[in-house]
Design a protein. Structure first.
Length: 225
């Protein structure tokens, strides 16, 4: 009977779980990267105001390069470039603009073309007045500016009026501009809708062909380099 009685006896209670208190990790505030500048020429950036540090660099001839300029000077340079780019996007291209802010061997890319050198990228701008009766910038906003790499990124909304039919088309872009040590454009990527440019083989080949076709059809002023 002892065995039967033991079968009906309640089991002893389980021991209470032991709670071990671990000390919380120490959190260190992370400073925002010092790359964002406020507005440039009509921009309305309201993010964190953090100034670039001054970096003293030396060029190959032993003289200080443009990297020694102050953040205010850098913003002025960005504003100058953006103003000239706005002239191009508003269908007012000129040789003076290209000689002022571009390099002859610059690369220009958008979803339709990949251009290498003045003879390919200049026709893309000089053809625009033939395609559009009007082009106006609805908004532009500086998003990012860095000294190394020497680059700035801005958003832009542009409204184009197609010639002869009068239809309007708005294009929203994220524009990435890479500069050399003299603040001249060495690469410009126009990302429509902020999407990455097509880079797979077929699309890249088509974009290169499109760039050459425009250079064959559109005559541009000669660059006196």
């Amino acid at each position: 009977m002892t065995t039967s009685q033991e079968q009906f006896l309640p089991s002893p209670p389980s021991p209470s779980p032991t709670i071990i208190h671990h000390p919380l990790p120490t959190l260190h505030p992370i400073s925002p990267p010092q790359i964002v500048h406020p507005a440039v020429g009509g921009a309305h950036y309201s993010g964190t105001h953090s100034w670039l540090r001054s970096h003293r660099r030396t060029s190959s001839d032993g003289q200080p390069s443009r990297a020694t300029q102050s953040p205010e000077d850098e913003l002025t340079s960005r504003q100058r470039i953006m103003n000239d780019l706005m002239e191009l996007y508003c269908c007012r291209p000129s040789l003076e603009i290209f000689e002022r802010i571009w390099r002859h061997d610059s690369i220009f890319e958008d979803p339709w073309v990949r251009c290498e050198g003045y003879d390919q990228y200049a026709p893309q701008w000089f053809v625009m007045p033939k395609l559009f009766s009007q082009s106006r910038t609805l908004s532009s906003r500086l998003m990012l500016s860095t000294p190394s790499p020497n680059r700035f990124i801005y958003s832009q909304s542009q409204e184009y009026t197609i010639r002869f039919i009068g239809k309007k088309k708005q294009v929203d872009s994220i524009i990435v501009v890479d500069l050399d040590e003299n603040d001249r454009i060495i690469r410009l990527e126009d990302k429509w809708g902020g999407e990455d440019l097509p880079m797979h083989y077929g699309a890249l080949l088509l974009r290169r062909v499109n760039a050459r076709i425009a250079s064959w059809l559109i005559k541009v002023p000669r660059w006196q380099s």
